[in-house]
Design a protein around this ligand. Structure first.
Ligand SMILES: [Zn+2]
Length: 253
């Protein structure tokens, strides 16, 4: 049996998330369960302490940041204790535009902490804001010594090239791979830089199977996109994830 990889999902938004964590762990599904607030992370991290496959990311989602700016110092401290960080990022959609300057300020601080502590795996939200996000990475050097993963990348080809040149990876879901742009991004990023995700419960193509998100649709779509068998695609993604999820993983650059 081989392990599937879900590099971005919201396990805490599922019914009975504790049970989901246990099931994902027993299935050996490499999972980055992102959180939207550092308070949620604290609770979930405690629960998933024993896990080797399910990792809880400490996050502060850009869409809730405006009402939770006060939790930023807590997030900064928590990054010191958590190898996995997310969901963090920027959202430049019209609905969140007013808070954009605060998002940038917060992310600059978060990236600065990551740049200092290093050895972190970051799952990034970058809706209509890939350029400013890459600028912040460059400014803080957070991409040096950390693994930076753009989840559901929707930027341009030029922005993707820039992200890849900075060592970034992408995580793709089946909804993303339905679009020509999404498939082109996965082709360009290639097996060296692509992980699968479900982004459950926000995707249409990733149903829950026995109460946990299935990443099968992403693997199948990715295999199709790369022109390889499902097994080859799944193995490649698994090997990539294994390096980062394993407790003794180190970054050599
Ligand atoms: Zn998300």
């Amino acid at each position: 049996m081989h392990s599937h990889v879900d590099a971005h999902c919201h396990v805490d938004l599922l019914n009975d998330w504790q049970n989901a964590v246990n099931r994902l762990e027993s299935r050996e599904q490499f999972t980055l369960a992102v959180t939207t607030t550092p308070k949620a992370w604290r609770v979930e991290q405690e629960f998933a302490r024993h896990c080797r496959y399910v990792r809880i990311g400490v996050g502060l989602h850009p869409q809730v940041l405006h009402e939770r700016m006060a939790e930023l110092p807590f997030l900064e401290r928590a990054i010191g204790e958590s190898r996995f960080v997310g969901e963090i990022g920027l959202d430049g959609s019209p609905m969140y535009r007013a808070g954009f300057p605060d998002q940038v300020k917060a992310l600059r601080r978060v990236f600065s902490v990551c740049a200092e502590v290093k050895w972190r795996v970051l799952s990034l939200h970058s809706v209509r804001a890939v350029g400013p996000l890459l600028d912040l990475l460059e400014e803080t050097n957070a991409h040096e010594g950390n693994v930076v993963i753009f989840h559901w990348f929707t930027g341009s080809a030029t922005e993707l090239a820039r992200a890849l040149s900075m060592g970034a990876m992408i995580s793709v879901n089946a909804d993303m791979l339905r679009t020509a742009k999404g498939r082109s991004h996965a082709l360009v990023a290639g097996p060296e830089r692509t992980l699968t995700e479900s982004d459950a419960p926000f995707t249409r193509m990733h149903p829950l199977v026995d109460g946990i998100p299935s990443v099968e649709p992403a693997i199948r779509a990715l295999a199709d996109c790369w022109g390889v068998s499902v097994l080859v695609a799944a193995n490649g993604v698994e090997q990539l994830a294994r390096q980062y999820w394993q407790p003794n993983y180190r970054l050599y650059r």
